[in-house]
Design a protein around this ligand. Structure first.
Ligand SMILES: [Ca+2]
Length: 556
């Protein structure tokens, strides 16, 4: 038995080298070599002959990539952090300067209605990377570890023969390169950009090595800003900023991976335009003469009318809902400047794809993990279901098969994974809950069924911890003995229902109230809509966990 055991493992090893079709031949070759001494020698000769024959007829690890490189596209996934859908020229914003992203949007598939599955970093990112809703992948809160049962996009692509690399923000826990590699990245350059984690940051180490002013904290504001100029001007030089670093390292990996034998998956993750609003020269002054329309001022009385979890979220810590208008204008200009800075880097990245000779065979995806309220409804940041938080840019660019078009269909961030896999010719993972957009964006004959509604969900932990990152969880009792306000959003083209269990609801008519200012949840004439929207939520919750009712066949 032991010998058979040994044989089995050797067969497996050999077959792994030669490919599955050679398994039988590998077993025969190995079996031939285990009888008498003479036959052992003869077997060895036969084995070597067998290997030579197998090498000539089976694709080897060394030969396979040549063929793979021709048939499977590279994937460059560019993500920004806290980037609202409407802060993109291609989405109708005539004030923001994003020429490179606009070019990408105009020559690719640009989605104007893409919604994230959670309006906060980690749950949203894990949904992008698993194609699964937060209540399924269970990574509900920032600074919580990934469920070991979840397989992320990079692991699947690596298994399929891709070289995988990540530059910039990942936000996994533990926040180390080792953990990032465990999730499937071959190469990792990390910058999660939170001060307590800076000792893990490759960006911080790079600045120490190259920036003569590395003793200045990268978020520090300049001290010599004259009145009337941007008070958020960053103290450090732009060429040592985190945005420039992510761009440079992305280009480095494009050049390195384009030279390799395997197709590549490169995740390029910018930390900006996330607040605080520090922005380097010259981007600090780029919008000096532009008056960006500001949201209307929010009063405490208006905030107090909102459902309890939302009210507590806006008023937690040191609320800034009454920030003065001049400062708010500079916040907007700085946010726009940070996006224009990223846009410049993306232009350079696209040029590097061309220079490296891989632009024709690389799928480029651009999106963000959530938006930013920028003081709409009195909130700085996100964690809520208003459009500015849950709606993000999404561009899929791949000229060989993706048609240049704008799409106004409702789509979700879980749709990105199955879309990329189908474009790359890979099987859709069984656990995936998204819907491939390929029939919508290519000449595919398969029909595309548009979504009637999209979903998002959030446990709003900051409500309990007042913004501190202390999420001690007691099973069955919630965080610090308090059950999460496990809020859910369902949105159709016209209606949005936000449901806070035990703490009320919001219903907005997006057609007549795009600013989401009038909550109709208690209006008697809208109770049928409330009922229908809750029915959609229940239907989703009771079906989303199972991609199908029947397990996949063991053998195909
Ligand atoms: Ca984020």
């Amino acid at each position: 038995m032991k010998r058979f055991g040994d044989l089995d493992s050797r067969v497996a090893k050999l077959a792994q080298s030669f490919g599955p079709f050679c398994r039988k031949s590998a077993r025969l070759s190995l079996q031939t070599g285990r009888t008498s001494r003479y036959r052992h020698l003869a077997g060895k000769i036969l084995l070597i002959t067998g290997i030579v024959v197998l090498l000539s007829v089976c694709p080897t690890q060394g030969q396979q990539p040549e063929r793979a490189k021709d048939s499977r596209p590279n994937i460059l996934f560019i993500m920004t952090d806290q980037h609202r859908w409407d802060c993109l020229g291609a989405n109708g914003n005539s004030l923001i300067k994003t020429p490179e992203l606009d070019r990408l949007a105009k020559s690719g598939a640009n989605f104007t209605h893409c919604f994230v599955q959670a309006p906060v970093c980690v749950p949203s990112r894990v949904s992008f990377f698993t194609g699964r809703y937060p209540h399924s992948h269970r990574n509900r809160v920032n600074y919580t570890p990934l469920d070991r049962g979840e397989v992320l996009m990079q692991a699947r692509l690596k298994q399929a023969g891709y070289a995988t690399a990540s530059v910039g923000k990942l936000h996994y826990y533990p926040p180390t390169a080792q953990e990032a590699k465990r999730t499937g990245f071959d190469f990792v350059e990390l910058h999660d950009a939170v001060r307590p984690l800076d000792h893990y940051s490759d960006y911080v180490a790079w600045r120490k090595a190259y920036d003569p002013q590395s003793d200045i904290y990268y978020r520090a504001l300049a001290k010599d800003i004259p009145p009337g100029k941007n008070p958020f001007r960053q103290a450090i030089n732009e060429k040592y900023s985190e945005t420039t670093w992510v761009g440079e390292r992305t280009r480095h990996y494009i050049r390195q991976l384009a030279d390799g034998d395997k197709p590549f998956f490169l995740f390029s993750s910018f930390w900006k335009p996330h607040s605080p609003f520090e922005v380097p020269q010259p981007f600090d002054a780029m919008y000096d003469d532009v008056d960006i329309p500001l949201p209307k001022a929010t009063t405490l009385a208006e905030i107090q009318k909102l459902p309890l979890p939302l009210r507590l979220l806006i008023l937690r810590g040191h609320p800034v809902y009454d920030t003065d208008r001049e400062r708010l204008q500079w916040m907007y200009r700085s946010y726009y400047g940070a996006i224009s800075h990223i846009d410049r880097e993306i232009g350079l990245v696209m040029q590097t794809l061309k220079d490296a000779g891989v632009a024709e065979n690389t799928i480029v995806v651009f999106s963000s993990d959530h938006g930013d309220q920028l003081l709409e409804h009195g909130l700085q940041g996100k964690n809520c279901f208003f459009e500015s938080s849950v709606r993000v840019p999404l561009i899929v660019w791949y000229p060989p098969s993706v048609k240049a078009a704008q799409h106004n269909e409702l789509v979700e961030s879980v749709d990105v994974l199955p879309t990329l896999f189908e474009l790359a010719g890979l099987d859709e993972p069984y656990a995936n809950q998204g819907r491939s957009l390929v029939p919508l964006i290519t000449d595919s004959d398969r029909p595309y069924t548009p979504r009637e509604c999209v979903f998002s969900e959030n446990v709003i932990p900051e409500v309990i911890t007042s913004g501190r990152l202390d999420f001690a969880f007691i099973k069955g009792e919630g965080i610090k003995g308090v059950r999460h306000p496990d809020a859910k959003m369902v949105r159709t083209r016209r209606w949005k229902l936000n449901y806070y269990p035990g703490n009320g609801e919001e219903l907005y008519d997006l057609q007549n109230d795009p600013g989401e200012e009038t909550n109709l949840a208690d209006s008697p004439e809208h109770q049928q809509i409330v009922y229908e929207m809750k029915d959609r939520l229940l239907h989703w919750l009771s079906t989303a966990d199972e991609p199908d009712q029947i397990a996949p066949r063991w053998l195909r």
